[in-house]
Design a protein around this ligand. Structure first.
Ligand code: ZN
Ligand code: ZN
Length: 359
């Protein structure tokens, strides 16, 4: 991981935003900037120094892992942050906009009245937009685990099996392959439940004629996979087969259009237009995709609100869907890496129509 390059990005931000220092505390940001994998700490970056602060539970770990000028142990986090900041006689201090409101307020009260605190949102999102080769390879390990785990459990997706049993088997198969953790609570949505884009696996028993949407992923070395497969169990209705084909075509068209320089809003439009023209526009209510990395949902967003264009090194999902209330639904999701001259699909499970009772 290229820590000097990441530190340089922060130095540039300090100059650009005329900040004396930036305070980081989000675990994913700590991991990105200084390599710390624990769950609690703080990093202060000024133009001259990078200091990592943590409590006694993590001091040993931090001294081994952290790439910073100093590691300090604290008893009370807020006190320690303020003490360190005072040494810079700061004027403007940046902090993560996601910092809990109460925590931000507490810091402002403890600090000098003259300090100006600036919440940083988009400016920090952009730090991790473009992935380094090491990050791409960590994501690829996670997508390979997805492929192997899914291949292993695929044959258990049968009438009579509960959604929850499928989710558990997948999680077990992923962890057997070394996954640190599941990326989120898996969605296994069968039959009419497929109409719920976020239908977390329930006790529902899978039946003949169902489409089953399985959205799952895992984490390796901090990096995530996120992938959705929709399968048919036995013969499905013409309507379900039709929406499957529409979603797959929307997915394929958007994926084929991924090249450096294309507006992300345009990728969303390509998929959305296909679904619209087929008459199902009102049943595709979410954005087309999102960035994936140290967080399973991170910048950039790929939606009608996107402002960015695809750049080499970005990793994001393409995941169109159609959700018909009381009938069922389809979502198909792959992760794609923007390369210097095109793109590379990182997820490996084939997405063509698959009937688990026939194939
Ligand atoms: Zn997903
Ligand atoms: Zn996703």
């Amino acid at each position: 991981m290229d820590y000097p390059c990441r530190r340089q990005k922060i130095s540039n931000l300090l100059v650009e935003l005329e900040l004396s220092a930036i305070l980081f505390s989000k675990p994913e940001q700590l991991r990105y900037l200084c390599g710390f994998t624990g769950s609690d700490g703080a990093l202060i970056v000024s133009s001259t120094e990078m200091i990592f602060l943590t409590d006694s539970r993590y001091t040993m770990q931090a001294r081994e892992q952290v790439v910073a000028d100093r590691v300090e142990e604290y008893k009370v986090k807020g006190d320690s942050i303020i003490t360190q900041l005072k040494t810079y006689a700061p004027t403007k201090i940046g902090f993560e906009a996601e910092l809990a409101f109460g925590t931000a307020q507490d810091l402002q009260q403890r600090g000098d009245e003259s300090w100006q605190w600036v919440a940083l949102g988009k400016q920090l999102d952009s730090l991790r937009l473009s992935k380094e080769p090491d990050e791409v390879s960590a994501v690829s390990v996670a997508t390979q685990a997805n492929f192997e785990a899914f291949t292993e459990i695929r044959n258990m997706i049968q009438p009579g099996v509960s959604e929850r049993a499928v989710a558990l088997a997948l999680e077990f198969a992923l962890k057997q392959r070394g996954a640190e953790e599941k990326a989120f609570d898996f969605i296994v949505a069968s039959g009419y439940r497929g109409a719920m884009p976020h239908g977390v696996a329930s006790e529902r028993i899978i039946e003949q004629g169902d489409l089953v949407t399985i959205d799952f992923g895992c984490r390796f070395r901090g990096y995530h996979s996120d992938e959705t497969v929709t399968l048919a169990v036995g013969a499905v209705s013409d309507e379900l087969r039709n929406i499957f084909d529409i979603v797959l075509e929307a997915h394929d068209r958007a994926l084929a259009a991924v090249v450096p320089g294309i507006a992300l809003i345009e990728l969303d439009r390509i998929a959305r237009e296909h679904i619209d023209l087929a008459g199902y526009g009102q049943y595709f209510g979410h954005g087309l995709g999102h960035g994936v990395g140290l967080e399973v949902h991170e910048a950039p967003v790929v939606s009608p609100r996107s402002r960015l264009t695809a750049e080499e090194g970005m990793i994001f999902t393409i995941e169109p869907g159609i959700y018909l209330p009381d009938v069922g639904g389809v979502r198909i999701e792959d992760m794609v890496l923007v390369t210097s001259d095109g793109s590379k699909i990182l997820t490996k499970i084939p997405k063509t129509f698959c009937n688990v009772l026939v194939n």
